[in-house]
Design a protein around this ligand. Structure first.
Ligand SMILES: Nc1ncnc2c1ncn2[C@@H]1O[C@H](COP(=O)(O)OP(=O)(O)OP(=O)(O)O)[C@@H](O)[C@H]1O
Length: 240
């Protein structure tokens, strides 16, 4: 039985052009050391891809490049038809705000904003309707098990709670592309299952494309494809 198909009832796959289209990506870091070369990846709307790989192999670097936060040495990253390479910083920032939800490994929850303000930030940056943003942020906090905690601050939260705030913020604006770096790393199995269901819903019900870097079998189990990053590029571990 294919558990991934039955895990999210009402699954709908949209066979459209790739949301994320990566071609011939290469990256070296000082050393010098080549992390990867000739890396190709296409992810469609409604598709969730898990990326595994040994520590230090370059998974976070790859996600940063996909989000336009780091530059590749060669190759292209195209998101919904827009290639990142030629974009200036302002255009990249706009594209990130409007179309990408990013869960960073280090969360990046802003300490001087309340939790609800942190979660509402992606909406506040693109819309003037502060009340709607606040309502949606509270609903997202509820969805990650932090209902009623929106008035608190990052300093009062555990690592796992911060991670859930980061996930709420990444999904609040219904992004076309979700990039997440170890999003369940600090969570107990029950809470991990809850946030994985949120990722599953965002991808399968709202048609986002998802790329999740993980070491977790539970995360890999909900993915449509599991790829392993090696120096030779992305190797398919299991087909659908
Ligand atoms: N700007 C940089 N300058 C120097 N080294 C870098 C830079 N960016 C990444 N690296 C190196 O590249 C390698 C890959 O790092 P990265 O964080 O992408 O790995 P990872 O696969 O995500 O590891 P982990 O699973 O431990 O988080 C590491 O050895 C890191 O030190």
């Amino acid at each position: 039985m294919d558990r991934r198909r039955t895990a999210v009832p009402g699954t709908r796959r949209r066979m459209t052009a790739p949301r994320l289209d990566v071609r011939g990506l290469g990256k070296s870091v000082p050393g010098p050391r080549r992390l990867f070369a000739g890396l190709d990846l296409a992810v469609r709307g409604g598709e969730l891809v898990a990326i595994l790989g040994e520590s230090g192999v370059g998974k976070s670097t790859l996600l940063n490049i996909l989000a336009g936060l780091d530059d590749a040495d060669e190759g292209t990253v195209t998101i919904e038809g827009t290639t990142l390479g030629p974009l200036d910083e302002a255009a990249r920032t706009r594209l990130r705000r409007e179309r990408i939800g990013f869960v960073f490994q280090a969360f990046h929850i802003l300490p001087y904003l309340t939790l609800a303000q942190n979660v509402a930030l992606p909406l506040a940056l693109v819309s003037a309707d502060a009340r709607a943003a606040r309502t949606r942020a509270e609903a997202m906090l509820e969805a990650v098990g932090l209902g009623g905690r929106g008035g608190g601050y990052a300093r009062d939260l555990s690592g796992g709670e911060l991670q859930r705030v980061a996930i709420a913020r990444a999904l609040v604006h219904a992004p076309a592309l979700i990039l997440a770096d170890e999003p369940t790393g600090n969570l107990d199995p029950e809470t991990a299952a809850r946030v994985l269901a949120l990722f599953g819903g965002a991808v399968r019900e709202r048609g986002a494309a998802g790329v999740i870097v993980t070491h977790s079998d539970a995360t890999a189990a909900i993915a449509d494809r599991v790829l392993t990053l090696t120096a030779e590029g992305l190797v398919e571990r299991r087909g659908r």
